[in-house]
Design a protein around this ligand. Structure first.
Ligand SMILES: [Zn+2]
Length: 171
C-alpha cells in the first residue's frame, strides 16, 4: 500500500508531526478523528504502520543522547522480539522507545483515546500493549536487560539522561 494520493501523504506527515509536539490533546484528538474517518481500513492500517515504524523523533532523541555518552549500538535489530530500537549486543542490553499513544502509556496524558471510534482504538492499543509485554518477557527470558523509554519522559532531558546513564553503565 502506497501513499498514492495527496491525502495519504498529508495524513502521514501531519500525524507524525502531531505526535511529537505540544499541540493540545483536543487538537490531536480532532486530528485523529478527522483523518482516520476519511481513510479506508486498508489505508488506515497502512498509515498507522508508517507512523509507528519510521525513525521517529523520540527515538532520535534517545539515540543522540546515548551516542553523546559514548555508547555505540545497532538499531531495529531484526530477529529480536519487537525489534528493539537500540541494541547493545556486547552487554546484552536493549532499549525500546515507545510513543505514549500507540503503546498505551498507563496514566499518561498523551495516551488518551480519541472520543470517536473508542472501541477500535481501545482494542488496537490493548493489542500493542500485550505485544510489548510479550516482547520484553521474551527478551528477559533470553538474558537481555531491557529499558523502556516513554515519549513523555523525553521532556525532561536531565532525568532521561540519568536514566540512560544508569542503565548503560550496569555491568
Ligand atoms: Zn507517556
Amino acid at each position: 500500500m502506497q501513499a498514492n494520493n495527496w491525502f495519504g501523504t498529508f495524513a502521514l506527515r501531519r500525524l507524525t508531526y502531531s505526535r511529537y509536539t505540544d499541540e493540545s490533546d483536543t487538537l490531536k484528538e480532532n486530528l485523529y478523528f478527522f483523518i482516520m474517518d476519511r481513510l479506508t481500513p486498508e489505508r488506515r492500517s497502512w498509515l498507522m504502520s508508517r507512523v509507528k515504524a519510521k525513525n521517529t523523533s523520540p527515538e532520535m532523541v534517545v539515540r543522540r543522547l546515548v551516542y553523546g555518552m559514548g555508547y555505540r549500538y545497532r538499531i531495529h535489530v531484526e530477529g529480536l522480539p519487537g525489534k528493539p530500537d537500540l541494541v547493545f549486543a556486547g552487554s546484552r542490553k536493549a532499549i525500546y522507545v515507545n510513543g505514549c499513544f500507540w503503546h498505551g502509556h498507563e496514566g499518561c496524558r498523551y495516551a488518551g483515546l480519541p472520543k470517536s471510534r473508542v472501541a477500535f482504538w481501545a482494542a488496537k492499543i490493548a493489542r500493542n500493549r500485550a505485544r510489548d509485554r510479550e516482547n520484553v518477557s521474551a527478551m528477559e527470558a533470553d538474558g537481555w536487560r531491557v529499558l523502556t523509554i516513554w515519549q513523555c519522559e523525553l521532556k525532561n532531558r536531565e532525568k532521561i539522561s540519568e536514566l540512560l546513564h544508569d542503565f548503560l553503565k550496569q555491568e
